[in-house]
Design a protein around this ligand. Structure first.
Ligand code: ATP
Length: 266
């Protein structure tokens, strides 16, 4: 797989959230949150339960239109764009609920991810010409390369229901990668992994930068993974920004410890 150039977009970071606020009736789920993700970065978005992480993900990817604030991707204002339009620009997300079909093989699952990318007419589907056949061939080659990148080559033809929990988490990322994101947003990608599996998973994530994606934005409760892979961490609490910094700074921030553990324990 060829290396990705890490482009800047007119001096803009790849993704920039500006003063994002989301209200549901009387509830303010997110209030004036702003942060960015630069090319080549792995950024973690963390916070206790109900802090507003998923709501932020939904605003960044067009699933919610923010009540206030703006989202910029590759320098363009995408605040009111639909999710599929944002995905086509290269901002792809995974979901907490699995995107894997258990009866399909590893390879077939990744191949389904490619079809987000492809666009062809009904006529071309039933009467494929050389162009369609070439696209099909390229999709298969690309799917095989993604499976290999995620370290699943040995399991290429295994049905997904036979995978271990660790392999399943890798496959979920592979399916999202098949859509060729510039920035991949992962929602709890290490759910259910033990410490050892999470560390191995984190090592694989790090290898993706500059190879198949420019940047990653990760929501994750597994602190070992977050601290091990992120260049920068944004901490939310009660819908607001509590802290932002490198893992070491976040670990030593008493306000963060208090948010997670309560004042007495912190
Ligand atoms: P978790 O780690 O538990 O997944 P989170 O940090 O992702 O939590 P959100 O799911 O974004 O937090 O929720 C933030 C707050 O907004 C919570 O108080 C939640 O109850 C509220 N909330 C989220 N979605 C809605 C909605 N559609 N309608 C009303 N309130 C909502």
């Amino acid at each position: 797989m060829t290396a990705l150039p890490t482009q800047r977009h007119g001096g803009e970071p790849l993704l920039r959230a500006e003063n994002l606020t989301m209200r549901f009736g009387g509830i303010t789920a997110v209030k004036q949150v702003g942060f960015s993700v630069g090319p080549g970065e792995i950024v973690g978005l963390i916070g206790p339960n109900g802090a507003g992480k998923t709501t932020c993900f939904n605003m960044l990817t067009g699933f919610y239109t923010p009540t206030e604030g703006r989202v910029f991707f590759k320098g363009a204002d995408v605040t009111s764009h639909k999710p599929h339009a944002i995905a086509r620009l290269g901002l792809i997300r995974s979901f907490q609920k699995t995107n894997v079909m258990k009866r399909l093989t590893v390879f077939e699952n990744v191949l389904t991810g490619h079809y987000l990318e492809g666009r062809q007419s009904l006529l071309a589907t039933f009467f494929p010409g050389e162009r369609v056949r070439r696209a099909e061939r390229e999709a298969r080659e690309s799917a095989a390369a993604v499976v290999e990148t995620m370290g699943l080559a040995r399991r290429m033809n295994a049905p997904a229901h036979l995978l271990s929990c660790g392999e399943l988490r890798l496959l979920e990322v592979a399916v999202a990668l098949a859509a060729k994101p510039t920035l991949l947003m992962l929602d709890e990608p290490a759910a259910g992994l033990n410490s050892h599996e999470a560390l191995l998973f984190g090592e694989t994530l790090k290898t993706l930068i500059g190879k198949v994606v420019q940047s990653l934005l990760i929501v994750e409760h597994n602190m070992e993974l977050v601290m091990g892979v992120c260049d920068r961490i944004v901490v939310l609490n009660f819908g607001q920004m509590l802290a932002e910094g490198e893992p070491r700074e976040i670990l030593n921030n008493p306000k963060v410890a208090e948010a997670y553990l309560g004042k007495a324990a912190a």
